[in-house]
Structure formats: structure tokens, C-alpha cells
Design a binder for this molecule. Structure first.
Ligand code: ADP
Ligand code: ADP
Length: 229
């Protein structure tokens, strides 16, 4: 069995009398340690998949298996534990605590996690040692996103889930963030999933899953992903 297995997963939202099929029979698998890009236009159903995989939402039907555990059978308490210990999240707009320094933001995440890594080492890994005592408002967008990546990987998660991590950044800063994510994937062995609408990102991934209109349209395995410079 693969590290992640999503089997016949369905998620519908009711809006008054209309039902929206956000995920309409999603199937894919991911191997441990891969960097995966989930690609598709806005409204395709990408965030729904990511939220379900991260234990932030539950599916209506289907099986979600992570590291041999069926998380789609979890109760709320098990989901909370899973989110705290097994999953790191990176968002488009960083979501840092504004009155805590970079280092304190990372420490906060490690306090509620079982397997936490050394905070200074993780800050060094993302190239932010010299900025650790700065507050978010004193950091550039790219630096703030590196704090948020440090915060996510400091939990030593099995999975790192990133929702449009370069979406708010200019081209060169976005490239640095993708390099940071690619390095984190290599250096920590964490499996990284990135959702994006930007097909230019595809060449850096081990696996590209295209989603459109609530279904998986293609899956490409890339034997030689391009290292981001
Ligand atoms: P993407 O991340 O690819 O932009 P989403 O997974 O966010 O797509 O959304 C898929 C579909 O589900 C869209 O039509 C969206 O409007 C709908 N949707 C997502 N979340 C909700 C929600 N909480 N309530 C109602 N509809 C939703
Ligand atoms: P724009 O924001 O002007 O639409 P692009 O769509 O070209 O620019 O790129 C958007 C994001 O994709 C940027 O954050 C950039 O870092 C990233 N990106 C695009 N192409 C590549 C590539 N070949 N390698 C790494 N990152 C890329």
C-alpha cells in the first residue's frame, strides 16, 4: 500500500436547494517522501481534498489512508491528535501570530506536538536564523512564508500540506519558497503536497495530480523533477 491512499472520495456541499459536488469520486496515491503538486483551476476541488487529507474536514464517502491508518474512520479527538502531530500546514497568507517573534511562532507549534524538532535547527534549515527575533511585521512576505514553513516542519509531521504557498509572492520570492519546500522534503523526509493553479510549478514535483471539476483528470509521475535553483 502507498503512503497516502485516497479511494473513491466524495464531498458535497449543500447551498440552499442546490448540492455542489466539490469532490466527485477522487482516487490517487502518493509514495512516502514525494513532493506532489495538485494542479487545477479555482473551484476545481483542490482545497477540499487538502482539508480532508489534513483532518480539517471529513468526506461524505470514501477511504483516506495515511501511513497505513484509515483517518476517514477517526473520531473528533483522533482527528485533533492527527492534525497536531502528523500534519503541518502552510497557507497562502502565512497566518502567523503578529505579536510573537519568528522563533516564538515556531515554538508555539512545537508545544502542542509530540515529535517536535529543535526550533533553532529548523529556523536554520529555512535560512532564517538571523531573523528569528523579528516580528512578522518586520519581515518580507517571503521571510514570513519561511517562518510558516519552519512552524509546519518543526512538528516533524508525516505530511506537509501547502495551499498556494507562492500565491501572494512575486516570481523570485516564490521560487525561493519552492526551493525551501523542496529542501524540506529532501532533508526531513516529509511528504509534501502543494496545491496550486499555476502549471509552471509542475516540473519541480515527483508527482503531478490534475484536478478539474471535482475529478482527477490525470496523474503524472516525474522521474527527474527539476531542482529549484
Ligand atoms: P479549489 O481549491 O480548487 O479552488 P475548492 O475545493 O475550494 O476548490 O472548492 C470546490 C467547490 O466546492 C467549489 O465549487 C466551491 O465553491 C465549493 N465549496 C468549497 N467549500 C465550500 C463550502 N464550505 N460551502 C459550500 N461550497 C463550498
Ligand atoms: P505570475 O505571478 O506573474 O503569474 P508565474 O505564473 O510565472 O508568474 O509564476 C508564479 C509563481 O510560480 C511564482 O511564485 C514562481 O516562483 C513560480 N514559478 C513559476 N515557474 C517556476 C519554475 N520553473 N520553477 C520554480 N518556480 C516557478
Amino acid at each position: 500500500m502507498a503512503f497516502i491512499e485516497i479511494i473513491d472520495e466524495y464531498k458535497r456541499y449543500k447551498m440552499g436547494d442546490t448540492v455542489i459536488a466539490a469532490n466527485d469520486g477522487i482516487n490517487f496515491s502518493v509514495e512516502k517522501g514525494e513532493l506532489v503538486i495538485i494542479l487545477g483551476p479555482s473551484g476545481a476541488g483542490k482545497s477540499t481534498v487538502l482539508n480532508i487529507l489534513g483532518g480539517m474536514d471529513t468526506c461524505d464517502e470514501g477511504k483516506i489512508i495515511v501511513d497505513d491508518v484509515e483517518i476517514s474512520k477517526f473520531n473528533n479527538k483522533q482527528l485533533t491528535n492527527y492534525r497536531r502531530n502528523d500534519v503541518g500546514f502552510v497557507f497562502q497568507f502565512y497566518n502567523l501570530v503578529q505579536n510573537l517573534t519568528a522563533k516564538e511562532n515556531v515554538e508555539l507549534a512545537t508545544q502542542i506536538s509530540r515529535n517536535a524538532l529543535d526550533v533553532d535547527e529548523v529556523l536554520a534549515l529555512v535560512g532564517l536564523s538571523h531573523r528569528k527575533d523579528n516580528f512578522p511585521s518586520q519581515l518580507s512576505g517571503g521571510e514570513q512564508q519561511r517562518v510558516s514553513i519552519a512552524r509546519a516542519i518543526a512538528k516533524n509531521p508525516k505530511l506537509l500540506l501547502c495551499d498556494e504557498p507562492t500565491g501572494a509572492l512575486d516570481y523570485n520570492t516564490g521560487k525561493q519558497i519552492l526551493k525551501t519546500l523542496q529542501d524540506a522534503c529532501k532533508n526531513t523526509g516529509t511528504t509534501v503536497l502543494i496545491i496550486t493553479h499555476n502549471s509552471a510549478l509542475a516540473p519541480i514535483a515527483n508527482r503531478v495530480i490534475r484536478i478539474n471539476d471535482a475529478k482527477v483528470r490525470s496523474i503524472e509521475v516525474n522521474e527527474n523533477p527539476i531542482p529549484v535553483e
